[in-house]
Design a binder for this molecule. Structure first.
Ligand code: AMP
Ligand code: ZN
Length: 473
């Protein structure tokens, strides 16, 4: 296939031409959410940009199989095998069971994704579905001498590897070793970077979910789940593995260590990482308690798709700072854009030559390390071009296969919603008048029935000195 898609491969620390293992096919894996809380809009920046990558691959003609895990066990509060399981923390916080928490926040995650037009991966697998696969991989690692049992837990022995810090340059490696100096030491570990594959003993004995294993009743470490779930569905060779930059170390480093030790060969060729969304106070984090969610944006009147548009305006390899001021400006720009596209006459002849030329430009922007802001500039340029409305409309529809901004449908949907609002207002005013008349006749039962009828439709009436006012519930 000749499409020249290039993107930055963290593994080789440079931008590279993408060549999959099998011509025309892509095996892609994404680290899914830890479902102990809502996803914050920082997490969702990563999933939006990974969605752009997947849709770009499909746009240029690949057949993509994408797999995602759901972390519902094993992710401890610290990535370095210390601290309580995040799921248990969530369950305690909400006085629910771990499985109730997992179900609730998995549903909430996919509902956010739907609002942001993020496609659901072809396979979604919760970690708790794959315990036997984890146990099998740990057994093989023990047999091959890459793992050891100490103090009841099974650890991966990083000293068995020639190069454990696969993602880092020499100076970064020294820095990483330095950073880990303050990590609480686990006396069972032979080497500072060894990590737990299977826990039967930790400081937190009240772990809710436990399974029997050859090493006793316990639960898996976090990293093992991504290695096993990806191999279960994608086999021994993978093309692209995605995540946010915080996953590079230790999570992805450990995934590579154990996967390649298990397989005995190279596992994944391209590693795609999205930089963080920050706010004025710094990196967004679920554990901070007070964080930005899609629901919060909606409650403030923002359309989630405007947040997607905001993300597309900046490059995925740059940190992005969130502010309401910028989101306000993005809202204005988005409304203008969809109004402009909504005003195009879609019937008529499409100029094939111009269509192909613009498609080419759009594709070139995406193939240049997923330059989504350049791709939206191509969209604006295209709308300014002297060509038929039908051609512009067809191109907007085509670009939206990747951008997924509801470009050709948002304006009509907005108009329809305003229409509904206008009709509702007429109806409410009629009911208020009817109620006033009923009260005048001292028919209070009827007046109350009208109030209840409106309440059922989500409308609250308030009797004030200036007259009756109404608001949505
Ligand atoms: P988690 O649910 O914590 O496992 O994280 C889900 C995804 O969000 C992972 O790919 C993380 O690397 C990514 N992530 C975490 N924080 C941020 C952030 N502030 N900005 C962008 N991505 C993030
Ligand atoms: Zn992962």
């Amino acid at each position: 296939m000749d499409n020249k898609l290039r993107f930055y491969n963290t593994l080789n620390r440079k931008e590279e031409l993408f060549i999959p293992n099998e011509d025309g096919k892509v095996a892609m894996y994404t680290c899914g959410p830890t479902v102990y809380h809502y996803a914050h809009i920082g997490n969702l920046r990563s999933y939006i940009m990974e969605d752009i990558l997947e849709k770009t691959l499909r746009y240029v003609g690949y057949d993509v199989k994408r797999v995602m895990n759901i972390t519902d066990v094993g992710h401890l509060s610290s990535d370095a095998d210390t601290g309580e399981d995040k799921m248990l923390k969530g369950a305690k916080r909400e006085h629910k069971t771990v499985m109730e928490i997992a179900k609730f926040y998995t549903d909430a995650f996919f509902s956010d994704c739907t609002k942001l037009n993020i496609k659901t991966p072809d396979v979604v697998e919760p970690a708790t579905n794959c315990i036997s696969e984890f146990i099998h991989m740990v057994e093989v690692l023990l047999e091959k001498g890459y793992a050891y049992v100490a103090g009841g837990n099974v650890y991966f022995d990083t000293s068995r590897l020639g190069d454990y810090y696969v993602f880092s340059s020499q100076s970064e490696k020294e820095l990483l070793v330095g950073v880990r100096d303050d990590v609480e030491e686990d006396a069972n570990k032979r080497n500072r970077n060894d990590f737990v594959l299977w826990f039967t003993r930790s400081k937190f004995e009240d772990q809710a979910l436990k399974w029997d294993s050859p090493w006793g009743v316990g639960y898996p470490g976090w990293h093992i789940e991504c290695s096993c779930i990806s191999m279960k569905h994608l086999g021994e060779y993978m093309d692209i593995h995605c995540g946010g930059v915080d996953n590079i170390f230790p999570h992805h480093t450990n995934e590579i260590a154990q996967s390649e030790a298990y397989l005995g060969h190279k596992w994944c060729n391209y590693w795609f990482h999205v930089h963080h969304l920050t706010d004025k106070t710094g990196k967004m984090s679920k554990s901070k308690g007070d964080f930005l969610t899609v629901s919060l944006l909606e409650s403030k009147g923002y359309d989630p798709i405007v947040y997607r548009f905001f993300c597309l305006q900046s490059h995925y390899r740059k940190p992005l700072e969130f502010s309401y001021e910028v989101l306000d400006n993005t809202t204005v720009a988005y409304e203008k854009l969809v109004k402009r596209i909504g005003g195009l006459k879609k019937d008529g002849e499409v100029n094939r030559e111009k269509f192909d030329a613009y498609r080419q430009k759009f594709q070139a922007a995406l193939c240049d390390d997923l330059n989504s802001s350049m791709a939206t500039t191509v969209l604006y340029d295209m709308l300014k071009e002297d060509m038929s409305d039908a051609t512009k409309y067809a191109l907007a529809e085509d670009f939206d296969k990747v951008l997924s901004l509801n470009l050709t449908t948002a304006y009509e949907a907005g108009k329809a919603e305003n229409e509904v609002d206008a009709q509702l207002e007429v109806y409410i005013l009629e009911k208020i008048e009817e109620r006033r008349a009923a009260k005048k006749e001292r028919d209070f039962a009827k007046a109350d029935a009208i109030r209840a009828e409106l309440l059922e439709k989500g409308i609250i009436l308030e009797d004030t000195r200036e007259g009756v006012k109404w608001k949505k519930a």
